[in-house]
Design a protein around this ligand. Structure first.
Ligand code: GLN
Length: 304
């Protein structure tokens, strides 16, 4: 058995026995009933080798991990124009903070906090009906993961539409500052649906391969833009927990409140983990620990 597979098996066994698993997100009612006992990890190496452990073929709500894919689509489509509408600095605040957006006059700090991601989705809607934009998004995910089975969970999207008051507040604040081209309910309809995409860890690790910048892998974006997305994942991918993630793991990563995380060992491996319990910053508690252990075992770091 490879060292990688042995590490994954050991980590999955440790995580299965972990007593403190964090808290499942319950502000989206449909996510509140997910069993916190689940854990999965998957790695896709640059040469195409896949290794998995735990519930790696169980689909979960990718939530904010989706923001990596929509950012890649928006940069591919609009290029650097996007940066007139959204910044590139860590926020140091919760992913759904309203405070900062008002203070900074409707320009979100970065594309990974909710306000920034809503702007990115609004930009993708330009010239497209929401249904078309979501069709393009699903095509992107399926192409990246090389898997046609990826779909959006309508019940999760509906659940968030009914309860997403903070996101409505953010979208209206963006509109008040003329940083939204579409009505808030259209931009949010698309945003809630993108977050409600379901993927397994195996699919997510495969979909992350385009972020490796390694030869022979699907090229969905220029290498220069891939580097920049990785830089933003490192500095902003875990909200006000980004510094801690960079310190402990040393790899660019992006989390979602469904408990998923994607992390990139540049030129080497795309890693996906899932454990639904979250830490106070809204990032998967055991997912973070598992990637930390894997990066240490494999000596993977963005810092040499
Ligand atoms: N759909 C979620 C929200 O907007 C995504 C947040 C997250 O995953 N951090 O609140």
């Amino acid at each position: 058995m490879s060292q990688l597979q042995a590490s994954l098996d050991r980590i999955a066994a440790e995580m299965a026995a972990a007593p403190r698993r964090g808290r499942v997100a319950d502000y989206i009612p449909e996510l509140a009933c997910v069993d916190p006992g689940q854990f999965a990890i998957a790695v896709c190496l640059a040469d195409g080798t896949e290794c998995v452990a735990g519930d790696a073929d169980t689909a979960f709500s990718i939530q904010s991990v989706s923001k990596v894919f929509t950012l890649a689509m928006a940069l591919g489509r609009l290029g650097d124009q996007l940066w007139a509408r959204v910044g590139r600095e860590p926020s140091g605040l919760a992913f759904n903070s309203i405070l900062q957006l008002e203070h900074e006059r409707g320009i979100p700090r970065n594309p990974f906090i909710n306000a920034g991601a809503i702007v990115v989705t609004d930009a993708l809607l330009s010239g497209h009906a929401p249904r078309e934009m979501l069709g393009d998004y699903l095509r992107f995910l399926r192409l990246a993961a090389d898997d046609e089975a990826i779909h959006i969970n309508e019940a999760v999207a509906r659940s968030e539409t009914e309860t997403g008051h903070r996101n409505f507040a953010l979208a209206h604040e963006l509109a008040a500052h003329r940083n939204l081209d579409h009505p808030p309910e259209h931009a949010l309809g698309a945003y809630f649906h993108q977050c409600a995409a379901e993927m397994t860890c195996r699919q997510l690790a495969r979909a992350g391969r385009f972020l490796l910048n390694a030869p022979g892998l699907p090229r969905l974006l220029s290498p220069a833009r891939v580097r920049r997305i990785n830089a933003l994942m490192m500095t902003c991918g875990h909200y006000d927990g980004s510094g801690d993630f960079a310190f402990r793991v040393g790899l660019p990563g992006k989390s979602g409140v469904g408990g998923g995380i994607i992390a990139i060992a540049p030129a080497r491996a795309a890693i996906a983990v899932w454990s639904p319990g979250l830490n106070p910053q809204g990032n998967s508690q055991l997912g973070t620990l598992a990637i930390e252990k894997l990066a240490r075992a494999m000596r993977w770091s963005a810092f040499g």
